[in-house]
Design a protein around this ligand. Structure first.
Ligand code: HEC
Ligand code: HEC
Length: 413
């Protein structure tokens, strides 16, 4: 007993001595105080009830800030909240490379663009920033971090070892839990959003990024790559098979119609234009939400995920557009879709985690509507995009080349 106690004392001493020097060399040094505060909140397991769940429970860095529990990914792909047995209804999308999504709005063509979540319901209308607005959702969601109210979240932050950092960033008195509960809570959301937008979360340092910078420096436009100009992009950092995949991604595969290659804000592309589509993804029968208690899922087994249509249905000014948007989901970034802790590690894809690997996804895009091939029916049959997806005429090796290309989108750690 005693010996173990002393070992523990010595160990903690070592940690105290060495930790500051370690963390000084690592990521945090590059973060601004506001971003650092956001990071502390993102990784704080005391902001849940019961304690133990932070944002990384569903947005783990080692898989690109999405679900990092392989057992869950293999089945429903939907994560359990802080309270045992309570599950949400969708797969966590990446919390990285998401920060440029504008406020939810109708563009000039009548298409919806922007907002946060698969269904855009964190519109950005309240705070002017969808990402900050989103960050305030999980804490009080009974199916996620399950905190009772804003005040208890603020009190937990006041007790934390980064409370002084909070006041350093936002000013003294800014961590108020009585007179300005709403203001304090918003500051929490804005700090988290700052971290989610930081260079630590969005390093843009994948193999593709090196290639994109090299091509751009040579006066080449990656978004215009096709069969006839592809030779000019050789030897800029992508292997020939990956380059071929990129060409197909931008031509026959039509992927870039939605996962766009257009750069924004002088940064390489993030592979989404933040619009919405229904791909006709089949229902995932293993979604644990179907068996969720009545209080959270009154529809039980007959529950249908309505996507963007559900959001629009609940906003008076958008209600007329709800029907034509049922079953549509926000186009996700493709960055880090292949980032995993080990090669065989299983990840879940799409809003309901139906797909478990990238090859199946490309095969689905290629053959969903092809005669003689049968996929399970779509979760919602209305509004399925049949002009850009479903029957692409890709040969098997072309499908594989696209997968090879997508694998170049993983950040280096
Ligand atoms: C229990 C799992 C869980 C926890 C904990 C959790 N999330 Fe999420 N997160 C999800 C799911 C599921 C979605 C998608 C929900 C939807 O679309 O309806 C999501 C969506 C998001 C998105 C939207 C991304 C986009 O492109 O629309 C961001 C950003 C995000 N979460 C950040 C956070 C932050 C910050 C925290 C901590 C304060 C957090 N999440 C805690 C499961 C979780
Ligand atoms: C018409 C627009 C559109 C086209 C074209 C398109 N996608 Fe998508 N993609 C989406 C949408 C929308 C989703 C999410 C759908 C859902 O969850 O129901 C998605 C999801 C994905 C995902 C899963 C990402 C995740 O985090 O779960 C991958 C991988 C992907 N697409 C790759 C591709 C590839 C490769 C192509 C070309 C063969 C392609 N996409 C073409 C709109 C599109």
């Amino acid at each position: 007993m005693k010996r173990r106690f002393f070992a523990a004392v010595i160990l903690s001493l070592l940690v105290v001595i060495f930790l500051p020097s370690l963390s000084a060399q690592k990521g945090p040094a590059k973060l601004s105080p506001l971003e650092d505060l956001g990071k502390r909140l993102f990784f704080d397991k005391n902001l849940s009830s019961p304690a133990g769940q932070d944002c990384t429970a569903c947005h783990g860095p080692k898989v690109g800030f999405t679900g990092q529990d392989e057992h869950i990914n293999k089945v429903g792909g939907v994560y359990e909240g802080a309270v045992k047995g309570r599950f949400g209804n969708r797969k966590p999308p990446a919390a990285a490379y998401a920060g440029d999504s504008p406020k939810l709005q109708r563009d000039e063509d009548g298409n919806f663009v922007g907002g946060m979540f698969w269904d855009g319901r964190a519109t950005g209308e309240t705070l002017g920033d969808p990402l900050a607005e989103q960050a305030l959702g999980p804490f009080m969601n009974p199916l996620e971090q399950n905190m009772p109210d804003k005040k208890s979240i603020i009190l937990a932050v006041r007790k934390s070892d980064y409370a002084s950092l909070f006041e350093k960033v936002w000013g003294s008195g800014s961590l108020d839990a009585d007179k300005d509960v709403d203001g304090t809570y918003v500051r929490i959301g804005r700090a988290i959003a700052a971290y989610e937008r930081s260079a630590e979360v969005n390093p843009f340092n994948s193999k593709f990024d090196d290639f994109w910078r090299a091509a751009t420096a040579n006066g080449l436009k990656v978004e215009s790559i096709n069969d006839s100009n592809a030779a000019g992009f050789k030897n800029l950092g992508l292997a020939d098979a990956e380059l071929r995949g990129l060409v197909l991604f931008n031509t026959k595969g039509m992927c870039s119609n939605c996962h766009v290659l257009t750069a924004a804000n002088d940064k390489p592309p993030v592979f989404t234009d933040y619009t919405y589509d229904n791909l006709g993804i089949p229902e995932n029968p293993e979604n644990p939400f179907f068996g969720q208690e009545k209080k959270y899922n009154p529809d039980g087994k007959t529950w249908v995920d309505r996507g963007l249509g559900g959001t629009l249905d609940s906003v008076a000014k958008y209600q007329p557009f709800a029907a034509e948007n049922m079953g549509k989901y926000k186009i996700p970034t493709l960055r880090n879709v292949d980032l995993r802790p080990s090669p065989g590690f299983v990840k879940a894809f799409m809003h309901n985690g139906y797909f478990k690997n990238l090859k199946d996804i490309v095969h689905f895009y290629n053959t969903r509507d092809k005669a003689g091939i049968s996929w399970p029916p779509p979760e919602i049959a209305a509004n399925v995009n049949k002009t850009e997806t479903g029957n692409l005429g890709l040969a098997r090796d072309e499908e594989n080349a696209i997968v090879e290309f997508i694998k170049t989108l993983s950040d280096r750690r």
